[in-house]
Design a protein around this ligand. Structure first.
Ligand code: AMP
Length: 160
């Protein structure tokens, strides 16, 4: 369980954690893989969300999911990318959180994932919570905790 003082300080910053959906690079499930390849190359993010036409979150896409299809026996070819679409290769099993998620859960997801997508009750994509934003929040707490709270160590320091 997260200490109340930390939780309160994070709550003050909570709105700032979310990178809203309209600022997140994403692809549509029916986009050709050629398009996704170019987009991932340009944005330089390792993983991006896959949406349908009504902004429902359907999957996640990485460059290796695409390049895996380009590998032939002794060569690489872009031909498969012309006939495949994003939903043919995307990852469909992944964690999501809602706006009212426990910070505990969010932090656990972030141990294994660079970001966690946020959706509403209808699975409409709302944005992402990233490790970078969490690190900024941690930095904020590290600098302000003793300004806002009296922090007293319970166990006396050992004397040498
Ligand atoms: P960061 O913690 O900022 O390095 O972000 C971690 C991961 O979140 C990145 O590698 C991307 O996969 C994803 N990400 C961050 N910002 C964006 C964005 N604006 N659009 C799409 N994906 C993003």
């Amino acid at each position: 369980m997260i200490a109340k003082s930390i939780q309160d300080m994070l709550d003050e910053k909570q709105a700032g954690f979310l990178i809203p959906g309209d600022k997140v690079a994403s692809v549509q499930e029916d986009n050709p893989l050629t398009h996704a390849f170019l987009l991932l190359t340009k944005v330089r993010y390792s993983k991006i969300p896959v949406l349908d036409g009504e902004s429902h979150l359907l999957g996640l896409l990485t460059m290796p999911m695409i390049t895996d299809k380009m590998i032939e026996l002794n060569d690489i070819s872009d031909k498969p990318l012309q006939r495949l679409v994003v939903k043919d290769v995307m990852q469909t099993q992944f964690d999501t959180v809602r706006a009212d998620a426990d910070l505990d859960d969010v932090l656990h997801f972030m141990v294994d994932n660079p970001f966690v997508p946020m959706v509403d009750q209808d699975n409409v994509f709302k944005g992402i919570l990233t490790r970078r934003e969490m690190m900024k929040a941690f930095n904020y707490i590290a600098h302000n905790l003793e300004h806002d709270y009296d922090v007293i160590k319970k166990v006396p320091e050992e004397t040498n």
